[in-house]
Write a protein that binds this ligand. Structure first.
Ligand code: GDP
Ligand code: IMO
Ligand code: MG
Length: 427
């Protein structure tokens, strides 16, 4: 069973980076299939901490080939600075492969992202301002620039011209900004082309051949299920498909090849940016989760909104992704609470609702119905097996598993690679 998908089951920042890195030592390829440098994945190896934005977390495992798939959007300047940052720390990045079909985040996409958010005012999405949405919009509008276009100056110039034709009208007439010069953009992009060239490859062919040869391939999602453009809390979402189907389109691999889908699930809930969040806390408990869990964005440095675990969301993630397993993270953060509330259902207009409402209006009105589970006070960060956990922590995990609809196969009890309890093997 060589192909695994690993993705966020909530609103992102569940600990995907750590989980991918942990498996990276035993897999041949780690593939990012969507998103871009809006992601912020923290990986702690020994006393070293790495913050990855665009590169797959497998880049830190020497035996593993990291791949940026066709579904990813690539900011070349960020790519090169992330690579050189890792090289300076002694990480070999020479195996990286980048799909020639991946789209390029251009400087004007970043400008449009920021200007649009400002224009939306109170209705803003709270994007990371990295040009993600506008780049995917260009892709769908068929005016995008692909990595392969960087190697044909005439095509690149024509495409930048076509994209800026409309954008400059909007920037100057609607947003009162200066027009962006085609030549400048082309020159900047061409400046990156040669440095990126060694990595550019036919990743679809390489990955399918690897699967035919029974190599192990891990597809790493950026963001989370509830930030998915189709299945998330639209419009407060990102502009791609982190859900499991996205791995197929974003890497060019058929669904019949996927053998396991692992949902990364935080033992409580966090969210960055705007949008509904039924279990959000505005009290001391929320503040404590933020402080103990270190809940501050890796990419934007924004404080994350914090709340209790929401089983309705976990069940939804199981369903839309076809999850086979959960990897529960940050259980250690909950140590010290006497009682831990868990949202088991919602109350919407006086009625109990067990599943995520399909209507956005209803979801905005959803009030959490909590069950209190008994907490524990023992330090669990040294636990190596499930039986090392205090009884109440075991019961908390079992209760979450029952409510969420898939087995919890690993439990994170700290940020480090070794601070993980393996319950069932992933490979
Ligand atoms: P990602 O975007 O899903 O990769 O997650 P982030 O890296 O943005 O946020 C997760 C944070 O939790 C990081 O700082 C990780 O180092 C940390 N982390 C991951 N797993 C655990 C865990 O089990 N316990 C604790 N205390 N921290 C963890
Ligand atoms: P990782 O990979 C948390 C959120 C932004 C915003 C919305 C749209 O670390 O889990 P975008 O810039 O993508 O157009 O912003 O999505 N967002 C994330 N929130 N973790 C992330 O990545 C995120 N990537 C985007 O805050 O609400
Ligand atoms: Mg993150």
């Amino acid at each position: 069973m060589p192909a695994l998908v690993l993705l966020g089951a909530q609103w992102g920042d569940e600990g995907k980076g750590k989980a991918t890195d942990l498996l990276g030592g035993s897999v041949d390829y780690v593939v990012r299939y969507q998103g871009g440098n809006n992601a912020g994945h923290t990986v702690v190896v020994g006393d070293q901490k790495y913050a990855l934005h665009l590169l797959p977390s497998g880049i830190l495992s020497p035996g593993c080939t990291p791949v940026i798939g066709n579904g990813v959007v690539v900011d070349p300047s960020v790519l090169l600075s992330e690579l050189s940052g890792l090289n300076e720390r002694g990480v070999d990045t020479s195996k990286l492969l980048i799909s020639g079909n991946a789209h390029v985040i251009t400087p004007y996409n970043v400008t449009v992202d920021k200007v649009t958010e400002r224009f939306l005012g109170k209705r803003k999405i709270g994007t990371t301002g990295r040009g993600i949405g506008p780049t995917y919009a260009d892709k769908i509008n068929r005016v995008g620039i692909r990595v392969q276009d960087l190697y044909d100056e005439s095509i690149l110039t024509q495409k930048v011209e076509a994209a800026l034709d409309v954008k400059n009208q909007v920037l100057t007439k609607l947003y009162n900004r200066r027009a962006i010069a085609v030549d400048q953009v082309v020159e900047e992009l061409l400046g990156y082309a040669e440095q990126i060239k060694p990595y550019v490859a036919d990743t679809v062919l390489i990955l399918n051949q690897a699967l035919d040869d029974d190599k192990v391939v891990l597809f790493e999602g950026g963001q989370g299920t509830l930030l998915d453009i189709d299945h998330g809390t639209y419009p407060f979402v990102t502009s791609s498909n982190p859900t499991a189907g996205g791995a197929c389109t974003g890497a060019g691999v058929g669904p019949t090849k996927i053998s396991r889908v692992i949902g990364i699930l935080k033992a409580y809930t966090t969210r960055v940016g705007s949008g509904p969040f039924p279990t959000e806390l505005f009290d001391d408990d929320g503040e404590a989760l933020r402080r103990i869990g270190g809940e501050r964005g890796v990419t934007t440095g924004r404080d994350r909104r914090c709340g209790w675990f929401d089983a309705v969301i976990a069940r939804y993630a199981t369903r839309v992704n076809g999850l086979t397993d959960f990897f529960l993270t940050k259980l250690d953060v909950l140590t010290g609470w006497e009682q831990i509330p868990v949202c088991v259902a919602y109350e919407i207009d006086g009625e109990r609702v067990e599943e995520l409402p399909y209507s956005q209006t209803d979801f905005h009105h959803a009030k959490p119905i909590y069950e209190n589970l008994p907490g524990w006070s023992e330090d669990i960060t040294k636990a190596k097996s499930f039986s090392d956990l205090p009884k109440n922590a075991q019961n908390y995990v079992r209760a979450l598993e029952e409510m969420s609809g898939a087995p919890i196969s690993a439990i994170g009890v700290g940020p480090g690679r070794d601070e993980t309890i393996e319950v069932n093997s992933f490979l």
